[in-house]
Design a protein around this ligand. Structure first.
Ligand SMILES: Nc1ncnc2c1ncn2[C@@H]1O[C@H](COP(=O)(O)OP(=O)(O)OP(=O)(O)O)[C@@H](O)[C@H]1O
Ligand SMILES: [Mg+2]
Length: 502
């Protein structure tokens, strides 16, 4: 192995879509066995650069070298052949197939008829997982597994195709703490085998833990590439945001909600499906409740039941003391609830509709008179939301699917925060949102609570949960096992211990 040859090198990459320049003359290189972090604000061009490396898009100019040789990466297949694999931000597995079948889908282990030889696939999958030192059952149907296993399956799939370079686009966005730890340990082992990892993340702590070097993009240009030993987090953040930003997320003591008044929301013995069991709690006007729990603890299911997506089997929900029938999202909305879902692509947006239409969707009743929406009013309102939430879009009439991941998330947030719900449920609201916008979003949530709304927030990021919550409910195995006032939680570590049941 030649230490001076890069595993992959991109030179002078430029890319535009419909005349809009997204990347300008970007140089980027990854060494063998290196973890290289790629950072930048929402819409800076990270995913696009990696999609070019991965053969999804062709650059307008520039070239790619693999192990020192210029390679034309004209398709995803060509990238795979060149040893470049990707773990997608949105997963690309077939849910109805097993883990083993997914790993070897379209691979050479197919027999003549193009069918996967199941026992052979299982045997090889088992070998790969053993090499990765993780435990995944190759026979399990993917649909039944949690996100962390999807990811492991994607990684195994790339390794089965002999990937030497693995691109991970925000891999921890939907992982619980212990799953993140497991992923980091795995990254360490892959690295030791000489595999290079490109790691896209908005989380500074992760970048410092696992990456060797970092490249920061801003507005489609490379700002710098530096070893992490030679640069401070403040310098990186300043590079990403383009200015100095003040302090970290911190809790602001808010006026305590009056607990003797009638609760805004009261949940009594709520059970739904197999994941929500006998949940009871109250939420007062002006209060922000954080739901802490491991991935799969039932937090998302609780939110879905409250919002009328999943059927409530028993128990009741009272809104301002009156029993509410939450049998559909429309009923929940009418009762004054709003849910900002975790899975923005499935539930939060109509992807082929414009940014503007998506923003205005839940607001239709508020603009204009009757069923007719005043186009002019709609435009102004959408423009103001775009500005408030710093959504990066040159033309609000364009399809929302063309926005970067983080900007799509901002549209979801803006859309729902623009309605006027009494109770707002937020599921991982800042996942994928860049550092420059995170604290603004939390400020907006606080402002809503200050106006007398009730807020329920699910977040796997403890600093965020502790910064925003007045009370924390700890959910385990579908039940609320603790209800703790914020001032009784000393720090992140203390919360983590409770969540893990230590
Ligand atoms: N297929 C496309 N057509 C038009 N514009 C696109 C397309 N794909 C990406 N863009 C635009 O390119 C810019 C960069 O997007 P990209 O997804 O690379 O950002 P990113 O750095 O990954 O951001 P995030 O942190 O939000 O994921 C955005 O302004 C986006 O709207
Ligand atoms: Mg992206």
């Amino acid at each position: 192995m030649n230490a001076t040859v890069n595993a992959v090198e991109m030179r002078g990459i430029s890319k535009s879509f419909n005349g809009v320049t997204v990347l300008t003359d970007v140089d980027f290189d990854v060494r063998s066995g290196e973890v290289h972090a790629l950072a930048g604000g929402n819409g800076a061009g990270k995913s696009t650069l990696m999609k070019i490396m991965q053969g999804v898009y062709q650059p307008n100019s520039g070239e790619i070298l693999v192990e020192g040789e210029v390679v034309k990466i004209t398709s995803i297949q060509a990238a795979k052949t060149a040893g470049i694999g990707m773990v997608f931000q949105e997963f690309s597995l077939v849910p109805s197939l097993t883990v083993a079948q997914n790993i070897f889908l379209n691979a050479e282990s197919l027999n003549r008829a193009g069918l996967i030889n199941d026992s052979e696939a299982r045997r090889r999958a088992r070998e790969i997982f053993a090499d990765m030192e993780v435990e995944v059952d190759p026979r399990a149907e993917v649909a039944r597994l949690g996100t962390a296993y999807w990811q492991l399956t994607e990684i195994a799939k790339a390794l089965a195709q002999n990937a030497r370079v693995l691109i991970m686009d925000e891999p921890t966005a939907s992982l619980a703490k212990h799953e993140t730890e497991a992923l980091f340990a795995l990254i360490g082992r892959l690295k030791a085998r000489g595999i290079s990892i490109i790691y896209i993340s908005h989380r500074m702590d992760e970048i410092y833990r696992i990456a060797d070097r970092i490249t920061v993009l801003r507005d489609g240009r490379k700002l710098f590439t530096e070893p992490l030993t030679e640069i401070t987090p403040e310098q990186i953040i300043e590079g990403i945001v383009g200015k100095k930003i003040e302090g970290q997320l911190s809790y602001r003591v808010r006026e305590a909600a009056e607990s003797d008044t009638e609760p805004l929301l009261e949940v009594r013995g709520l059970s739904a499906g197999t994941r929500v069991k006998e949940v009871s709690f109250t939420l007062h006007a002006g209060e922000i409740i954080g739901l802490a729990g491991l991935m799969g603890s039932g937090r998302t299911e609780l939110a879905r039941a409250l919002f009328g997506i999943d059927r409530i089997d028993s128990g009741e929900v009272l809104i301002r003391g009156k029993k509410a029938r939450l049998s559909s999202p429309q009923r929940a909305i009418n009762a004054g609830l709003a849910l900002i879902p975790e899975d923005r692509r499935d539930q939060g947006l109509v992807l082929d509709h414009s940014v503007r239409d998506n923003l205005l969707l839940p607001l239709l009743g508020q603009i204009g008179n009757g069923p007719f929406l005043s186009a002019e009013k709609g435009k102004l309102l959408a423009d103001s939301l775009i500005k408030q939430f710093a959504v990066k879009v040159d033309n609000p009439g364009r399809a929302v699917s063309l926005l970067s991941g983080g900007n799509q998330q901002k549209v979801v947030l803006a859309k729902w925060l623009g309605t006027n719900p009494d109770v707002l449920i937020l599921d991982e609201p800042t996942a994928g949102v860049d550092i420059g916008t995170k604290s603004e979003i939390l400020d907006r949530v606080r402002a809503l609570a200050d106006e007398g709304k009730g807020v329920i927030i699910i977040s796997s990021e403890y600093p965020e949960l502790l910064a925003i919550s007045d009370r924390v409910l700890v959910v385990r195995d579908g039940s609320v096992i603790r209800d703790i006032p914020r001032n009784e939680i000393v720090d992140e570590e203390a919360l983590q211990l409770v969540v893990q049941g230590v």
